[in-house]
Design a protein around this ligand. Structure first.
Ligand SMILES: *Cc1c(COP(=O)(O)O)cnc(C)c1O
Length: 368
């Protein structure tokens, strides 16, 4: 087993199948290199502001943003955005779907002392929970794609009156088509389908969300500057961030957005990730010892495929054998503790590499 050698014909052109950080295409690195003169220059000057402007414009175009929606950004990734939401978006009480690690993490941030305790509709890992419709809250939050389990939720508007629909799109954005009009805040970090590095957050915000951000900022509430969405909004409108962003991260993202737009935008990316994940689910359905972890077909993620194995196959041994052969990061989410492989089928990943990966898994299983 330790001297397992994968035949050349089963080696994907790129062995990175992790769910974030994830595969970055060589063309993105070439773009970074071509624009290396931007590194080490002021983010308050035109060249870097043009880059931020291009990224904001590119995201608006990719998402066909409805009138009045804006693209805002800041430092700290999606995890920082949860705290920013607790300070700048939740008025008194939030309601959450929590059917995995990431949904649960937002619940924790929303437990801030100046807010009423959040309403939580929990679901077992591998399922998608749903609001009853009776919850009274001023934001309704859920992950579009729960990266820890591979369960994907439909994106729909929840709540009445001026309640906001706030969607964690970190692992869905750039890989799953969506109608942004069904959301007020669709936020993500760029190290998944956008194939960049981590450290930034982006949010597509509706006029109602902007109104909420401004109203809370004008209230008595204390808000740290780094977590103020109003300050992020003001800076974003100037194609800047409050503090220094990672310019290389922006350049990698810039290249990925351009690539998606050249190829047909989100509809193209959506079809590509469906193709890749469809290959995995079909393989698992036909496999005597493997089963898709997510039981409900409609909830099976097209960007993160989770496959359980029965007791005759040690998934961690398979993962280790493949890692020794250059195929990395297909282990399950660490806290899930299942006999499972978790495979990203993000937009950057070649569908034919997914087919090779499945052959490689078969070969490793045979060699066990
Ligand atoms: C990766 C991920 C996060 C965390 O993103 P960071 O940028 O590391 O904070 C949050 N939510 C989801 C759904 C994710 O997949």
């Amino acid at each position: 087993m330790s001297d397992f050698r994968l035949p050349e014909s089963l080696r994907p052109s790129d062995g990175r199948f992790g769910c974030g950080p994830s595969k970055i295409r060589q063309e993105q690195l070439d773009h970074l290199y071509r624009h290396a003169h931007l590194l080490g220059t002021s983010h308050r000057q035109k060249p870097v502001r043009d880059l931020v402007g291009r990224v904001r414009e590119g995201l608006s175009d990719l998402y066909r943003l409805p009138a009045g929606y804006e693209v805002i950004l800041g430092n700290g990734g999606s995890t920082a955005f949860w705290d920013a939401a607790a300070f700048s978006l939740i008025e008194t009480r939030s309601a959450h779907l929590a059917f995995g690690e990431f949904g649960q993490k937002f619940v924790k941030a929303a437990g801030a002392p100046w807010l009423q305790s959040p309403i939580v509709v929990s679901g077992e890992p591998g399922t998608v929970s749903a609001f009853s419709g009776d919850e009274v809250a001023d934001i309704f939050a859920y992950p579009h794609n729960e990266t820890s389990t591979g369960a994907m939720a439909p994106v729909t508007r929840i709540g009445t009156g001026d309640a906001l629909t706030v969607v964690d799109a970190t692992s869905a954005a750039g890989g799953v088509d969506v109608d942004i009009a069904n959301t007020d805040v669709y936020y993500f970090a760029p190290q998944k389908n956008f194939a960049s590095d981590g450290g930034l957050w982006f949010a597509l915000v509706s006029p109602a969300a902007i109104e909420r951000i401004n109203r809370i900022a004008a209230s008595e509430r204390y808000i740290p500057e780094i977590l103020s969405l109003e300050i992020a909004l003001d800076n974003s409108r100037l194609d800047q961030t409050l503090n220094t962003p990672a310019i290389a991260t922006l350049l990698l993202l810039d290249a990925q957005i351009a690539w998606m737009r050249e190829n047909g935008g989100l509809a193209w990316a959506d079809a590509r990730t469906k193709d890749s994940s469809g290959r995995i689910y079909a393989w698992a359905d036909a496999h005597p010892n493997a089963t898709p972890f997510v039981g409900v077909t409609a909830h099976r993620s097209q960007v993160v495929a989770t496959i359980d194995f029965d007791a005759t196959i040690d998934a961690s041994a398979v993962s280790a054998m493949l890692r020794a052969n250059g195929i990395v990061d297909i282990d399950p989410y660490r806290k899930l503790g299942r006999n499972q492989l978790r495979i990203a089928t993000f937009t950057a990943i070649e569908p034919d590499d997914v087919t090779k990966l499945l052959g490689a898994i078969d070969a490793a299983v045979m060699a066990l």
